[in-house]
Ligand binder design. Sequence first.
Ligand SMILES: Cc1cc2nc3c(=O)[nH]c(=O)nc-3n(C[C@H](O)[C@H](O)[C@H](O)COP(=O)(O)OP(=O)(O)OC[C@H]3O[C@@H](n4cnc5c(N)ncnc54)[C@H](O)[C@@H]3O)c2cc1C
Ligand code: SF4
Ligand code: SF4
Length: 618
Amino acid sequence: MDSTENERQSMDVDIACVGFGPAMGGFLTTLSRALAATNPEAAAALQSRAMPGMPPQVICYERADDMGFGVSGVVTRARGIRASFPDFDPAQIPMCTPVQSEKLVYLLDPNGASQRSLALRLADKMLRTCGLARLKAYEVPYCPAFLHKNDGLVMSLGQFNQWVGANVLASGAVQVWPSTPVAMPLIESDSKHVTGVRLADQGVDKQGNPDAGFMPGMDIRAALTVIGDGPVGPVGRQIDEQCGMPPGHAREEWAVGMKFVVDLREDVDLEPGTVFHTFGYPEPEIFGFFYVHPDRVASVGIFVPSWFDSPARTAYRYLQHYILHPYLWRYLEGGKLRSWGAKSLQESGKRGEPWLAGDGYARIGEGSGSTNVLTGSGVDEAWTTGVQLAEGVIELLQADKPFTKENLEAAYVSRRRASWVEKEGLIAEKSRDGFQKGVVTGMIGMALAGLTGGKLFAPGKPEPTHVRMRHARHYADRISSTEMDRLRADCKTRNVPFHDALMDRLGWPAVPMDGQLLVSHQDALLMGGKVQAAAGYADHVVFLEPKLCEKCGAKLCIDICSGQAITPGENGTPAFDREKCIHCGACIWNCTQELQDGSKRTNIEFRAGSGGLHSSEN
Ligand SMILES: Cc1cc2nc3c(=O)[nH]c(=O)nc-3n(C[C@H](O)[C@H](O)[C@H](O)COP(=O)(O)OP(=O)(O)OC[C@H]3O[C@@H](n4cnc5c(N)ncnc54)[C@H](O)[C@@H]3O)c2cc1C
Ligand code: SF4
Ligand code: SF4
């Protein structure tokens, strides 16, 4: 045992929870109500095993600096959320309102710069010729049932989570600790039994070496560890690395979602609850959304998917072009940026489902494969998996049964399998495979799956970004490979990211900065929702093999970075600046180099870290 281990404190609790997203909101809401409502006779059965005589000790650790800072969304049908709150009143939560109207809008390209297939160019021409493309957009007369959220809510997930957090804390039955990243699960190497978690060390330098004020992260020993750390959470990923994934399951489809929260001009009279789902622009692969909250505030954003075969991977610049589209700009012009954010989405859905339970642990939320890519819905699904686990946990506590894999499967996994989350997840499972072959095939596949309950779909083999990038022929019809190489070499010499030069060359116009809504990426980092990094933590983005970076031509990690936290560095290895990282996790699945150790991991490791965006409006 080294001196660090001697100093490391430990604490026993009954249930340790990782991450406070909607999944954990559902879990803690249901559990805390049951614990608070326990009558004196039943209370004896629900006593803490860690602290006899006390009620069960339940502690949740959240990485971000507040309970609503690490999340994003949302328009949601809120079926699970409403079931938890039958008297739910949207007026209780800032930025929340019922959906009033919903449109599916196809956006044509007003600049002629996007990469459109022949089929799309023909469709655009037909819409223009028939006079159907008003404001360079076509309002599809029908919003498919699988997509619609007409009975749902527009809300800010950050505000919702703060409201949920206040309620669970008020119950007195559970604790939630923000600003507390969990570094790793504690796993017994032979049995794979999870016995709790280790919190991140503090008072260390960037490499994690003890520094002034060194405090080793505490070990939290628990009978049950609940992992709800979202799509890129390091605790869930470490469990996957040690326990493996179920046969045939993999996480190969991703997207990064970026959004702006905007104060609209005073004369914009869009009704709160207005929802636009868009497709077609800024690139055909990039879907977008525009939601109106109360008090003339809107959320506007895009999703850049892993199957977008382009090195021009900048969600920030694409989002600026998106809001400048005439269909949206008529509402957004004169608006002011309040805050912004970005986050990865795990789009493999059921196919990315890990083992949902094992000895001593259970997985909930997006990291457990709950997000439904067909319906574009993750929040309600995540919430519901949390509720299902809590119901199972209460059952096991009351029966005084231990949290073994077998018991958790009977009490939690079986509830999940019997629910709408599972049924809809199965319908969605292959619904987007067609996008691997192109946008038109993808749209047809989605429609087929949605209309036939998943029986029909367009086939396609999902591939992770680093594999797709090997054989993708980027803009081959518009730029010769020689010119592409020259552009890249020039960017390398000037030490600047490649995407801007490429987009300029492809004909994307300069963004007319107005200092209010259209601001530089750097300025956005400092505006509402600015980024902060707590001192004394190690860097959480690590380039594992500098040699791989040196020989990496694409360096997509720089282009995708949502916070300009990864920049060209010395000797070919990028530099990472924690002060700008918003913890979106996109760098992990955009690294183009695979490690040579057979693990199928890429060259970036995303560890537990604190800080990030300070905004609860996302
Ligand atoms: C731009 C954007 C728009 C979206 N729009 C919609 C929408 O309209 N409708 C919809 O239904 N879904 C939407 N989603 C998806 C939705 O946000 C997710 O499906 C949902 O938030 C998943 O919930 P979760 O609780 O599983 O995980 P998360 O919300 O990701 O929460 C995980 C939490 O764990 C914390 N955490 C991570 N690692 C650690 C650690 N090591 N230690 C402690 N804490 C940790 C994180 O900080 C975070 O707070 C959108 C996503 C994005 C990015
Ligand atoms: S981290 Fe990955 S994508 Fe970035 S430079 Fe290194 S090898 Fe290339
Ligand atoms: S460095 Fe941070 S902001 Fe940049 S892509 Fe990675 S997680 Fe996102």
